[in-house]
Design a protein around this ligand. Structure first.
Ligand SMILES: [Zn+2]
Length: 65
């Protein structure tokens, strides 16, 4: 492992691991989103939330259409 990279960290695709909700610690094989988005500033902002406790996990700017 002497390969020198400029990236500060590696992104590894681990689909065998299931993320946990930071709020209720439930496994998140899927997350829910308000697919149509809602106006929040510029463009559409999508909100992702836990299907168990319905707390918001994060936001994302979308340019689907
Ligand atoms: Zn949760």
């Amino acid at each position: 492992m002497s390969t020198k990279t400029e990236a500060p960290f590696a992104v590894v695709d681990r689909r065998d691991l299931t993320p946990l909700c930071p709020h209720c610690s439930a496994e998140l094989p899927e997350v829910y989103t308000h697919g149509r988005g809602f106006p929040l500033g510029q463009g559409r902002t999508f909100v992702y939330f836990c299907p168990h406790c319905v707390k918001v996990l994060g936001f994302a700017q979308g340019r689907v259409f």
